[in-house]
Design a protein around this ligand. Structure first.
Ligand SMILES: *Cc1c(COP(=O)(O)O)cnc(C)c1O
Length: 462
């Protein structure tokens, strides 16, 4: 990249901003892309260059940027009030949103606790499940089960139930220790994955038989372990986990933060296996990608265990300053309206199929180990030598190089290690999806096959 004079914004960025999940040493050595505007599926930088938003601004965007309905909802709400607390008060958008979420959610989930991020939604589910057991006299039920390679956020409670060593290991001594269930998703061979399906369930059954009376809940991502590199779970796994946990009176917390709001082809991923969990967490897509907001849905049974007089101390003492924010709830309602107006779910099967077809040539590339897809989520895993299962060395930063090449060709994507991620906004047309896949495919081909092109390219470690 030619060295240009940094813009004022870029200078401030380099001087004052610490970026999330970013090795700042590498960051500071390069010119940042400054996004000034968005239009539909495009991001537009300060020099007017347009890029596809190929990861939906970290998996949150649904209907595109600058959507007239979402913009209007925000403008209308801000002229009434931006925020009033949900502690002791209620507002029209928060009440209506909770009602609509319950109507959309799997049967049995009929109470909604609002917060601001995916992490807080899981924290709340964990704390509610735990407090529930204490309040109904199941005081020995204090343990949790989580899956290896799971990801549920970056706060300490959610890191405790996380299973990604790179992110979580350093905090080991600060965490509570759940029982780890081997995830069938971690096997990167289809055959191994299928074989491990029964093994994982047998292990779960053993844990539940031996320790079920001490376990409050199992936490998992449905269908796809996203942050671990879009690891796909074999079909039927979620349903079997639901059956086993129900039989042992262990709550199932399904983390739909990444999968909710149409991402996997159904409105919620749970629907694909007919599963109704005890807790469901939502965030990312909930406002169409506009505002931070999250929801923890649970059952009447859980809710009722928190009812009592003040002296009984059964209150759920948890809340955040911006819980139930009116602007966020108003734009979330508008997003649900767009789902109906634009028949978003009806349009998905065509797009998902086109995505699958467009990805086929990528599967044939020499260094592509596997293309894993669920709906409009895809992870393309790269390997130095596919035949001998030899991974790239971390310093090769091959995923990051693909991202840099893609960016030069007008597509923003962010890899997870050697897995290239593509997650187009749901509003993307078939043609746009095909074009995004074309750019990613070409970037992978250059990054993995044309060594000389990459010489001197400074890897940004993403
Ligand atoms: C992103 C994510 C989270 C964390 O959400 P934040 O809003 O980043 O706190 C939790 N669970 C899953 C499955 C996620 O993908």
């Amino acid at each position: 990249m030619a060295k240009r004079k940094l813009s004022q914004v870029a200078k401030w960025d380099h001087e004052f901003v610490w970026h999330p999940f970013t090795q700042m040493q590498d960051w500071l050595a390069q010119e940042p892309v400054v996004i000034e505007r968005g239009e539909g599926v495009y991001l537009i930088d300060e020099n007017g260059k347009k890029y596809y938003d190929g990861v939906s601004s970290l998996w949150v965007n649904i209907h595109g940027h600058n959507h007239p309905t979402l913009n209007a909802a925000l403008k209308e709400q801000v002229d009434k009030i931006a925020h009033s607390t949900l502690l002791g008060l209620v507002s029209p958008p928060s009440a209506q949103l909770c009602k609509e979420l319950v109507e959309l959610a799997p049967e049995g989930l009929n109470k909604v606790f609002l917060s601001d991020d995916g992490s807080t939604a899981i924290e709340i589910a964990i704390k509610m499940a735990y407090q529930y057991r204490q309040q109904v006299g199941q005081t020995e039920k204090t343990k949790f089960i989580s899956l290896n390679a799971g990801y549920h956020g970056d706060t300490l409670g959610t890191v405790s139930v996380g299973g990604i060593q790179l992110f979580h290991q350093v905090f080991h001594n600060l965490l509570f220790k759940p029982i780890t269930l081997p995830s069938p998703g971690v096997y990167r061979d289809v055959a191994d994955r299928e074989a491990s399906f029964e093994e994982s369930l047998a292990e779960l059954e053993r844990i539940l038989d031996e320790e079920g009376h001490q376990i409050t809940a199992l936490v998992m991502e449905p269908l796809v372990q996203a942050a671990a590199g879009m690891l796909v779970m074999p079909h039927g796994y979620l349903k079997r986990v639901r059956e086993l946990t129900a039989a042992h009176d262990v709550f199932l917390i399904v983390d739909e933060v990444a999968t909710g709001f149409g991402r996997t082809g159904t409105f919620f991923a749970c629907e694909q296996e007919g599963v109704s969990p005890d807790f469901m967490t939502l965030s990312k897509g909930i406002t169409g990608g506009y505002m931070p907001l999250a929801a923890t849905l649970t059952t009447q049974r859980v809710f009722d265990a928190f009812l009592g007089t003040f002296e009984e101390k059964k209150t759920f003492y948890h809340g955040h300053s911006y819980t139930g924010n009116a602007l966020a709830c108003a734009v979330a309602l508008a997003s649900l309206q767009v789902f109906r107006d634009e028949k978003v779910m009806e349009g998905l099967p065509r797009k998902i199929e086109a995505f699958t077809n467009a990805l086929k040539p990528i599967e044939q590339l020499e260094h592509v180990k596997e293309v894993r897809q669920r709906g409009l989520i895809v992870g393309i895993e790269l390997e130095q030598d596919v035949a001998t299962h030899t991974p790239y060395r971390p310093n090769d930063a091959v995923g990051a190089k693909v991202a840099v090449l893609a960016r030069e060709s007008g597509l923003i994507c962010r890899p997870i290690g050697d897995v290239v991620i593509l997650m187009p906004p749901l509003v993307s047309t078939v043609e746009q999806i095909e074009d995004m896949v074309r750019i990613v495919g070409e970037s992978i081909r250059i990054a993995t096959e044309e060594e000389h092109v990459l010489e001197g390219m400074r890897p940004i470690i993403l």
